[in-house]
Design a protein around this ligand. Structure first.
Ligand code: NAP
Length: 527
């Protein structure tokens, strides 16, 4: 590491096993010295004002640890493949140790005065905002998203901490009048115990805070596994959680291979709730794994959002919203639109305007704040290629894009396909990238049937000016969230979640705490 020569260098530090062990004994172990990153495109400079936020070790029981074997894995920047840093790869035994720490901390945390729990959560929220720029930079470097989107995610993620800091003070105790003579009845809500949280790479900060803040506010302690693609954002949040004053063992972040780290949690009966955001495939696996110990389960899984434009819609607004609904986070968003259904009288106009607006989108390195950054990995790029080739082979028309982007190997051009037939893969599978598939429809009944013809049910977008149709369609759409004449619908106070195979339960809002609490009924006899 060269901090003095003035040469720009990457946050690239080879961490040998020995180094890792030495760090484990230091007062601030796991903090990677950060200087400057310069991408090979020579346009991006990166400097953290608080380098201690860039952590490489897991955080368990209030200690930063590389685990017993001190194994590390490398994390790279998807924009250019450069090495960002190494992160501890914990074993199943280390991971089980995290449950011990969380279980030990549970009694004191769950019985702490809610006002005190709330104050610690509130401090965590404030620290996130104070360090917004650093947190956003870490996210952009490991995830690739444009820096302004990353800043937005930090604010969004922090808003859940603020919201649940308030909710912590208002445990939802119901009151009923006794139905039995000489008896008094009470209904209490109690924290379930240790909660396991498993989060994906596309929103590495907000997906963690949306789960953790609700669980912690309810009085649960937490073991969390961030995606191995983007562990640094979660570790930075752990650093801030420590500074906020969470007692040791209350909030633990365990890095490493997901199956290795998570499996012991699924088997352990002390883990009472599991909250997962990711693919439907892994969600189903965790569903099965949780059966033996009958855990509470929150699943936020895939989406396959339809975007419906009726002929009476404000077309200019519909196109502007369509761009957001397709290309935010380079399309790697469970709320991202996969299928555009446009009523025939405005079909050609929509296709022309949408392709025109797509052509203006900029693509590049996240730190340069383009409209779109890279995709997460090669698998994601290959999926775009597969879906485009399949749609074209089945008769779709390519309006724009359709190739890898010259910005780098993980970049894909914003792409628009028209006349996409119903049997194309893209009409059935999540593309999770910047490819838009458009087709025409003739009647309301037809489009609602097409929109619902999916195993997913997360969000649907609807554009029309007819209030009666808005009501009918909102009722008929089998989706957990319906956005009418707009795209942005999320936020801490709303229940986020999907129907059918898009998931179970809701996150955010008061409902977000339910999976982390048990209802207890007490009946006292006065006779
Ligand atoms: P994924 O492969 O299911 O991974 C999600 C998380 O699960 C990651 O932390 C991953 O860790 C972990 N994981 C992988 N295999 C596991 C296993 N055997 N046991 C336990 N955990 C395991 O999904 P992804 O590709 O990262 O994310 C994209 C998917 O997530 C899309 O389908 C998208 O729609 C969905 N998503 C849904 C929402 C929502 O709120 N509904 C939000 C965002 C994303 P590693 O990355 O380390 O392997």
């Amino acid at each position: 590491m060269d901090e003095t020569s003035g040469r720009s260098i990457a946050i690239r530090e080879f961490i040998s096993t020995d180094t890792a062990r030495v760090w484990a004994r230091q007062p601030n172990p796991g903090a990677i010295a950060v200087s400057i990153v310069q991408s090979k495109f020579n346009t991006t400079q990166f400097e953290l004002s608080d380098p201690a936020l860039f952590r490489g070790f897991s955080y368990i029981g209030g200690r930063w640890t590389a685990g017993a074997a001190a194994q590390m894995f490398a994390v790279s920047n998807p924009a250019d493949g450069s090495h960002l840093g190494d992160v501890a790869s914990l074993s199943a035994v280390d991971s089980a140790g995290a449950i011990d720490a969380a279980q030990e901390a549970f009694a004191a945390w769950s019985s702490m005065l809610p006002q005190k729990r709330s104050a610690i959560l509130r401090r965590w929220f404030e620290l996130m905002l104070e360090h917004k720029q650093d947190l956003a930079q870490i996210m952009t470097l490991e995830q690739g998203k444009p820096i302004s989107e990353a800043r937005g995610e930090i604010e969004y993620g922090a808003s859940f901490v603020e919201f649940f800091a308030e909710e912590a003070k208002r445990p939802n105790i119901e009151s009923v009048t006794s139905h039995l003579p000489d008896a008094e009845v009470e209904i209490w809500r109690e924290p379930v115990g240790v909660a396991a949280l498993i989060t994906p790479w596309n929103f590495p900060s907000a997906m963690l805070t949306r789960k953790a803040a609700a669980a912690l506010a309810a009085g649960c302690t937490v073991v969390a596994h961030p995606s191995a693609e983007t562990p640094f954002s979660a570790l930075a949040l752990a650093e801030l959680a420590e500074r906020a004053g969470f007692p040791a063992g209350v909030f633990n972040v365990i890095t490493g291979s997901a199956p290795v780290v998570v499996e012991p949690w699924m088997k352990d009966k002390r883990v009472r709730a599991v909250s997962f955001t990711g693919s439907t495939e892994i969600g189903k696996l965790l569903y099965r794994q949780s059966a033996d110990t009958v855990k509470r389960l929150v699943l936020e899984l895939g989406g396959h959002a339809p975007f419906i434009v009726f002929a009476d819609a404000d077309l200019r607004q519909a196109v502007a919203e369509a761009i957001k609904a397709k290309f935010a986070t380079s399309g790697q968003d469970c709320l991202g639109t996969n299928r555009f259904f446009i009523e025939r009288p405005v079909y050609d106009a929509f296709c022309t305007k949408f392709a025109g607006a797509t052509a203006k989108l900029t693509v590049g390195i996240g730190m340069d704040d383009p409209d779109l950054g890279p995709l997460m990995n090669e698998k994601a790029v290959a999926k775009q290629e597969e879906h485009v080739a399949d749609a074209l082979a089945k008769g779709a028309r390519l309006l724009i894009g359709g190739n890898r982007h010259k910005a780098g190997i993980l970049f894909y051009e914003p792409t628009v396909l028209a006349d996409v037939p119903a049997d194309a893969l893209i009409m059935h599978e999540e593309t999770f990238g910047p490819v838009a598939a458009i087709s025409a429809f003739d009647t309301e009944e037809e489009v609602l049937q097409k929109a619902n013809d999916t195993e997913y049910g997360l969000v649907a977008y609807l554009h029309t000016q007819d209030p009666r149709r808005i009501y009918r369609a909102s009722r008929a759409l089998q989706f957990g969230m319906v956005a009418v004449n707009r795209t942005k619908v999320t936020g801490a106070p709303i229940p986020f979640g999907g129907m059918k195979q898009s998931g179970l339960e809701r996150e955010g809002s008061r409902l977000g705490m339910e999976a982390f609490t048990e209802v207890k009924y007490v009946c006292r006899d006065w006779a």
